[in-house]
Design a protein around this ligand. Structure first.
Ligand SMILES: C[S@@+](CC[C@H](N)C(=O)[O-])C[C@H]1O[C@@H](n2cnc3c(N)ncnc32)[C@H](O)[C@@H]1O
Length: 431
């Protein structure tokens, strides 16, 4: 295993963070990161890179890194790598504004008291690992704020973060996120199809966990792959409650003795939805608490790049092996429909100009409650309302907004109505 080389900031080559032993596969792209350096190209290179962060690795100090950016020198990211070490230290070595998305499944601070048994007296395999122990809430909060601050620094301006937790910790995570300037977009409920029963019968069955989805800040123009989420949900808008089973069966990693390899391995279906919702192929998703490597494995399958950080050498090694075994989807399968924002735009005026909907045509809504006349400049008029197809659609319905493309129709010969959006689709296809 060869470790990463952390050079000084004196020159670009040395300032680059190089991951030894990394197989970039067919990807020739060198990711250089600044706030405005998107890379949306799909990469399907091999993964499972091996990068060990040791306490004596030379560091690129935070202040120098900022200075390096200021001088226009670009840093590189250790892509498709499982970095071994404490996530705060590892994050500090990454360049600012460099990753598109973050998924974090941090320690829960479960504060378990005593052991738990099933009615048949068998012992419940609870999460009592050292990594989940904190002396008190203050220590947990301090840790949370430390890693979240570093995550915010490495997240691109328009990037988003997912932080998941259970009732033990999720409220503390939420406060920290908001205090640090993140902008909460949703709290998604992962409703477990097969939760563990409440054996003592003194509380409700704990059947869900919460994923807080937040943008870097209120000004972020975050990516939400709305159409893809809808397609994933049988063409119905995706809701914020997700019904997904726990990770069991062949997906659950086991050690040589057949025991669960990791106590909190998350289902791949959960990460599939997360990654598909907020990234494009080729974009970079970072997981500071990689555990068994679920985020990395799904990212690789979906043609995304990943950076995983894990403190436990055994888990890190298992994650590398898991990722190396993943077969990425073909580019065609991984590439999905572009978002509406990414689609080429066509103004209504263009359809008027080119005679598809000539000036003087009449537009009407589906129920034929309102009739509007098309002007030569692409505006429409309906009674006292005058303006764009969207503004007039909103005005007549007394609604705050309206998508005129799917509100207005054109009356065809014979009286049938045709949705305005169909004319636009045809015009786009003809381009
Ligand atoms: C809740 S588990 C994540 C499980 C993961 N999502 C999966 O599907 O396997 C949290 C992981 O964070 C690791 N961890 C805890 N503290 C850490 C730290 N300071 N830096 C890096 N990793 C840490 C633990 O070893 C554990 O594997």
């Amino acid at each position: 295993m060869q470790g990463p080389v952390f050079g000084s900031c004196a020159d670009r080559a040395q300032a680059s963070l190089v991951v030894g032993g990394m197989d970039r596969g067919s990807c020739a792209c060198r990711h250089r990161f600044g706030q405005n350096s998107p890379c949306h190209r799909p990469h399907f290179g091999a993964a499972g890179a091996d990068a060990r962060l040791t306490p004596d690795s030379p560091l690129i100090h935070g202040a120098s890194r900022i200075g390096v950016r200021g001088l226009g020198v670009e840093l590189e990211l250790p892509l498709d790598a499982v970095l071994e070490g404490d996530c705060v230290a590892a994050l500090r070595r990454l360049p600012p504004a460099s990753v598109h998305a973050i998924f974090a499944d941090p320690p829960y601070n479960l504060q378990l008291k005593g052991s738990l048994h099933r009615p048949d007296h068998s012992l419940v395999d609870a999460v009592d690992d050292a990594w989940d122990q904190f002396s008190d809430f203050a220590a947990y909060d301090a840790f949370t704020r430390e890693w979240l601050s570093e995550c915010r620094r490495v997240l691109r301006r328009d990037g988003t973060i997912w932080v998941m937790g259970a009732y033990h910790n999720v409220f503390r995570l939420g406060v920290a996120l908001q205090d640090l300037g993140f902008w909460v977009l949703n709290d998604v409920i992962w409703r477990k199809a097969n939760p563990m029963p409440n054996f003592r019968g003194r509380r409700f069955t704990n059947a869900h966990e919460t994923l807080i989805w937040a943008a870097r800040g209120p000004e972020s123009k975050h990516r939400f792959n709305y159409q893809q989420m809808k397609a994933l949900n049988d063409d119905v808008q995706m809701r914020s409650d997700w019904f997904i089973p726990l990770c069991t069966g062949h997906e659950r990693l086991r050690d040589a003795a057949g025991q669960k390899l990791h106590p909190t391995q998350k289902p791949e279906a959960l990460l599939h939805r997360v990654i598909l919702a907020c990234t494009a192929p080729g974009e970079v998703i970072l997981d500071p608490f990689l555990g068994s490597g679920t985020t990395a494995a799904v990212a690789r399958r979906l043609g995304r790049r990943f950076i995983g950080i894990e403190r436990d050498p055994g888990y890190a090694q298992a994650a590398r092996a898991r990722v190396a075994a993943v077969e990425p989807l073909s580019e065609t399968a991984a590439l999905v429909a572009p978002t509406r924002r990414e689609q080429p735009r066509i103004p209504f005026g263009t359809l008027v100009e080119n005679g598809t909907i000539p000036p003087g045509s009449t537009l009407t809504d589906k129920q034929r409650r309102w009739r509007a006349t098309v002007g030569a400049d692409g505006s429409i008029g309906c009674g006292r309302a005058q303006g764009s197809i969207h503004a007039v659609g909103a005005a007549v319905q007394e609604a705050p907004s309206c998508n005129g493309w799917v509100f207005w129709h054109v009356e065809q010969k014979g009286g049938a109505l045709r949705l305005l959006d169909l004319f636009r689709t045809e015009a786009l296809a003809a381009r």
